[in-house]
Design a protein. Structure first.
Length: 365
């Protein structure tokens, strides 16, 4: 969804039945009819508004006036655009904006509004294949989980939500949508209904998370619930379903309070779960099922951040992995025969992660 501050007042001429604005509204209606999630429709509307506003500033108000060269000019505009902070849009951000515009013109071509689709040969930016910004170690995640005051109803709720995120790897919207009937303690599963891509899936959930849910249901939820009860599992302080953004702010406060030197919110639990399971020997395809990834390549990103497992294999298989007790040091090595201290495991991991980050930052998908 476009950030606040990016989105202008409604652009385009609502009185022109052949204008970009009117046709974009018809396109959004078609998306709703085809069953797209309202959040996806809302996001698409925001990005199309950005394009329509850009075109309007250049005297372009109708689809028939848009050519391939105009769309390429818009692509260059996105490339050189700077946020209020002075930062450029990532290639991923540029790509998604252009994808929304391309979807609109594909619809217009099918509806015979335009004779040819000017976006059909538009080359989208290649997306960077980036590692997750932060992943917690087992010790770090336990430190975060211990922060909520579980003697308080809200603190107990927060602990239960974090345990569910850590155990299942759910997305924030999936957590917010959980109902009382989606948790099956006997089978040790939770059902995710209409997850990303509007697909259902069944996800394993651990005994510890189930224990915290049970305690939350006994001690906390009755105090938070206000009639009528629509059976939403986790309620905010007003007895309502959580908005995803509110969950983000709440989890971010706990991550910051842990003072780990890492930033994140709901998704950091998802990254952590996948990484720790891989390091524990789980098959990547099983993790793909749990996370609800359509493409295995999306899940395989976690195989590149399991650095502790990679380091352990390297230590046991590489003949030069272990530092000798004393290295031959002479003038070329610093002018002293004193041996250098052996690096700690943490230092080795930090070096490897830094090098991997530098290499991956220049890769294309």
């Amino acid at each position: 969804m476009p950030r606040k501050g990016y989105r202008k007042p409604v652009a385009g001429d609502a009185t022109d039945p052949h204008g970009l604005l009117v046709w974009s509204q018809r396109y959004l209606e078609r998306m709703r009819v085809k069953g797209y999630a309202e959040r996806t429709v809302h996001t698409t509307e925001g990005y199309l508004q950005l394009f329509i506003g850009w075109a309007e500033d250049r005297g372009i108000g109708r689809p028939t006036e848009v050519t391939k060269s105009i769309l390429e000019a818009y692509q260059r505009y996105l490339f050189y655009f700077r946020k209020p902070s002075g930062k450029a849009l990532s290639f991923s951000a540029q790509r998604v904006r252009l994808q929304k515009v391309r979807g609109l013109f594909r619809f217009l071509a099918r509806e015979n509004v335009i004779d040819a689709n000017p976006a059909s040969e538009l080359e989208l930016p290649r997306v960077e294949r980036r590692l997750p910004r932060a992943v917690l170690s087992e010790r770090e995640v336990e430190k975060v989980l211990a922060l909520p005051d579980t003697t308080d109803p809200l603190g107990l709720r927060d602990r239960a939500m974090m345990e569910v995120l850590y155990s299942t790897g759910l997305r924030r919207a999936e957590l917010a949508a959980l109902s009382l009937f989606d948790i099956d303690p006997d089978r040790g599963t939770t059902t995710v209904r209409l997850g990303k891509g509007r697909k259902d899936r069944v996800v394993p959930i651990g005994e510890r998370a189930l224990g915290w849910i049970a305690r939350y249901l006994d001690e906390s939820r009755p105090q938070l619930c206000t009639p009528p009860d629509d059976a939403v599992l986790f309620l905010d302080e007003h007895g309502q379903r959580f908005e995803p953004e509110k969950l983000t702010h709440l989890m971010k406060r706990y991550i910051d309070a842990a003072n780990l030197g890492k930033t994140g919110a709901c998704h950091i639990f998802r990254h952590t779960m996948a990484t720790l399971m891989l390091e524990g020997g789980a098959d990547v395809r099983l993790i793909q099922e749990i996370l609800g990834h359509v493409e295995l390549s999306t899940t395989q990103i976690y195989t590149r951040i399991s650095i502790r497992h990679l380091k352990a294999v390297h230590d046991t298989t590489h003949p030069g992995a272990r530092l000798q007790t004393r290295l031959p040091l002479g003038p070329a090595a610093g002018g002293s025969d004193a041996p250098k201290p052996e690096p700690t495991q943490e230092q080795l991991l930090a070096t490897l992660e830094h090098e991997a980050s530098e290499e991956d930052s220049g890769e294309d998908a």
